[in-house]
Design a protein around this ligand. Sequence first.
Ligand SMILES: Nc1ncnc2c1ncn2[C@@H]1O[C@H](COP(=O)(O)OP(=O)(O)O)[C@@H](O)[C@H]1O
Ligand SMILES: Cc1ncc(COP(=O)(O)O)c(N)n1
Length: 274
Amino acid sequence: MHKVASALTIAGTDPSGGAGIQADLKVFQEQEVYGMSVITSVVAQNTLGVQDVQHLSIDFIEKQLDAVLTDIPPQAMKTGMIATVDMMELIAKKLANTNIPYVIDPVMVAKSGDSLMDEKSRQVIRNTLIPHATVVTPNVPEAEILVGFEIHDNQDAEKAAKVIVNELGAKAAVVKGGHLEGAAVDVLYDGEDFYYLKADRFETKHTHGTGCTFSAAITAELAKGKQIKDAVVIGKDFITDAIQYPLELGNGHGPTNHWGYRLKSLPGQREVSK
Ligand SMILES: Nc1ncnc2c1ncn2[C@@H]1O[C@H](COP(=O)(O)OP(=O)(O)O)[C@@H](O)[C@H]1O
Ligand SMILES: Cc1ncc(COP(=O)(O)O)c(N)n1
């Protein structure tokens, strides 16, 4: 018998395959975790932008959640695009009955600038979902909305990660530096220590789905039983390789390369410092 850990993603779709549910499932597969998915919103989008969105009903999302949770309980889960307050409340209710690592990628806006979460939900996510999180992985604009102050450098990112943990109640937070200048530095705070995860910044327009890919890789590692810091370090390696070796697909911001991690040279190649 071949035993594998399983992971669940709850998110919106990307028919062009670079972000959302599709990206998450590819990453789970790459990281040798059995992937499952609950769809919250069906999104007509591609590398150029979002053309339209249809939200599924709360009742139907709940049926999907129950179908998975009562049959194949995952060892870890993540949420991505959760567009409305009702969806958040439903997921929070289900989470009250589970005790598995939970990664939140608080997706608010697509790379194209299109909104993926309504205004009210941007505030409500703080006290519905974040208190349940094992790791929250906001980019700079998302972290600014969560904490209510501007982030210009790594010191600000440290402050924001600390607020997300100490005040909003997550176990750990990684404030991603993709939107800042210079090297691609992400700041992890696990309630005790800060870690700087540093990678070269690559000149590329192929960054569609970077946040989804990073958080899915972290989720996969947590499902396999890794500690938070180790899971985030592997996630950073995974996303860095996925950005470094682009696939050159699409006419806009192309997808990252989910096989990139196979092309990497050595594990732990990226700089991690306290
Ligand atoms: N050009 C780049 N080169 C290398 N790493 C990058 C680049 N852009 C983003 N990253 C990394 O990709 C991950 C996702 O980052 P970010 O772009 O901040 O998030 P999001 O996709 O949610 O907007 C982070 O680990 C970040 O440091
Ligand atoms: C369904 C869905 N979820 C998330 C994103 C964000 O993608 P990115 O990681 O590029 O910010 C997206 N474009 N679509």
